[in-house]
Unconditional design. Structure first.
Length: 216
């Protein structure tokens, strides 16, 4: 099977990170295709490869079958199916249902947080006061984390595996780091663990390179 994941500018593209992480964590070989965002050619570059006009996009060649998956949650589900050894979802049915709910809540919610605290993965920009909507989103996210960690024992949301539920909150961890959102207790320990994971360090290195080169 041949996998190609198309991602956008890494400093900015939170959805690309959510799609890239399950592919990276699967342990399977893959090729990465890079699209520069917020550029004169961005729209035409993305539309040339993606039916939705968006990234991430996972292109799959499996024997005679060739197809595309153009949503981050669908990519996460597909990778869990083809790489069961990676345990991207919890094995327990109840825990798996909760993990899917946690991921889906992030997938479809928290617009105030997204708008005010846009992802700037490699930048540190303290001093921004959260709006009421953003503050409510932060409080809800912390509650989600604390509830999951209390039940699973951590260090990740559903136990010892850095999995799909974590991947959907990984860009949030970066936002909390960039905008200096103060966390305490289990939420802080969790955010620190995610932020320093090798996959996140890999993404940070590429993001910092974009900043250094003036791409962003």
């Amino acid at each position: 099977m041949k996998l190609t994941i198309a991602v956008g500018t890494k400093n900015w593209s939170s959805w690309s990170l959510r799609g890239w992480l399950p592919v990276r964590a699967s342990g399977l070989a893959f090729t990465e295709q890079y699209i520069r965002l917020r550029h004169d050619d961005t729209e035409s570059d993305v539309k040339a490869i993606s039916p939705s006009g968006l990234v991430p996009l996972l292109s799959v060649e499996d024997g005679d079958a060739k197809f595309q998956i153009w949503d981050s949650l669908a990519i996460a589900e597909f990778m869990a199916e083809i790489a069961p050894a990676a345990r991207l979802w919890p094995e327990d049915r109840v825990a798996r249902a909760k993990a899917r709910s946690v991921a889906a809540e992030m997938h479809s919610g928290f617009p105030a947080l997204r708008q005010q605290f846009s992802m700037e993965f490699a930048r540190h920009m303290p001093g921004v006061t959260p709006t009421e909507g953003t503050a409510k989103a932060i409080a809800r996210i912390v509650t989600v984390w604390e509830d999951a960690l209390k039940e699973s024992g951590g260090p990740f949301l559903f136990g010892k595996t850095f999995g799909n539920a974590d991947f959907f909150y990984a860009p949030v961890v970066s936002r909390f780091h960039s905008y200096d959102v103060k966390l305490t207790g289990a939420a802080k320990a969790y955010a620190d663990t995610v932020w320093h994971h090798p996959f996140m360090r890999e993404w940070l290195k590429a993001s910092a390179q974009e900043v250094a080169e003036g791409v962003v």
